[in-house]
Design a protein around this ligand. Sequence first.
Ligand code: SF4
Length: 433
Amino acid sequence: MKVLVISSNKIKALAAPIPAFPSGPAYIAGGALEAGHEVEVFDACLADDVTSELTEHVERFDPDAIGISVRNVRARRWSDHQDLRPGVKEITDSVTRISTAPIVLGGPAINNFGREWLEYLDLDFALRGESELTFTRYLDMLDEGGDIHTIQGCVYREDGQLFELPIEPIEDLDATPYPAFELFDLDGYRTLGGSPALFTKRGCSFHCTHCPQNILEGSRYRLKSPKRVINEIDRARSAGNADMFYFSDNLFNFPKYHAEAICHELIEQELGIRWTADGLTPLGMTRDFCRLLKESGCAAASLSVESGSEWMLKRMRRGYSTEHIREAITSLSKAELPFMVSLLLGGPGESPETIAESIDLLGSLPQAQIVNVNIGLSLEHHQSVLADARKDGQLQDESDLFDGSYYLSPELSEDYLRDLVESLRDKANWFVV
Ligand code: SF4
């Protein structure tokens, strides 16, 4: 079959002017290739004129099946947000105008809002969860016959009603197809500062109140072997000029023994690559560990601090204390590893006093190259913070979530927040995003 994989993300990145590499589309395209299909990719992020280039691509390739990946519902900025849904609709409308090929939606934004996206885009089928295997199963069923409505994680419309099947986690990640980096413009991303992205595990054992990840992926870790990770890096290097990589795990450094094993393998194989990873937990960031990160090629570490208030860390169920933050930042600095930190302010229980504690803590430690501050929580299904949002009158109905709902602690007045943002922006290297 001729299969077109469309990465619909058009924005370069949510928090920085660096494009996010479409790793999900690369993995599912790899699965389709391995299954013997003829696969092409359309990457909206690198297109100059998405509609006309996509139309030309679909007309020329005339695919038998189309997978469309959707990354985000909205891009959040302090005090406003950008609704990304119309851009995705423009893409799906362009496709359905000229092609009758079946369309399947997938990607991070579908995981939590599968039904809503089908309604919004007026489409009939989506795959939630880990699609490396289910996308290929879907293609096989289209090709050889079979009921696509039996595929785990699918959301579908039948007789005007929407149904969904539970997500099936992939147990053996080493046995999944390799990402088809060769179908993507690695040089285009490199020119814009982006890097090929790959993940080393699935699952998250933490229960942060603002995050749905441990419900969606499960709290049990499923790990790729270090050898498999190295093989993925090798494939990307054969596909293009890639010497910088991004590990897109929820938390690259947890479980710590797994991160250590990957770092040791990178050192042993002498690949000479550099890498980054977002959202490192302060847990276990000892001096030895930070030196290991650096020796293995880590170019910069992005540490999730989120709060410097003991009370808020407990309320957010972050699983670490201010002592861990102190150790992590001191260790990163001693290892001479460039690092950035993030703060997530405004959740339930946040007050001017707890925010002052966060600012004071960072002020008392070695300075990060960048401090990214998020204010307010973007609400989605499966977050435990939804209970607080309802209690505090900030969420009436879960059906409002898809249109954009936010939580902001009622203890923070508008005047206070305006002054806070102004004062944070006055600090060197601090960004309110
Ligand atoms: S925020 Fe990170 S550590 Fe917390 S539950 Fe989500 S993925 Fe896990």
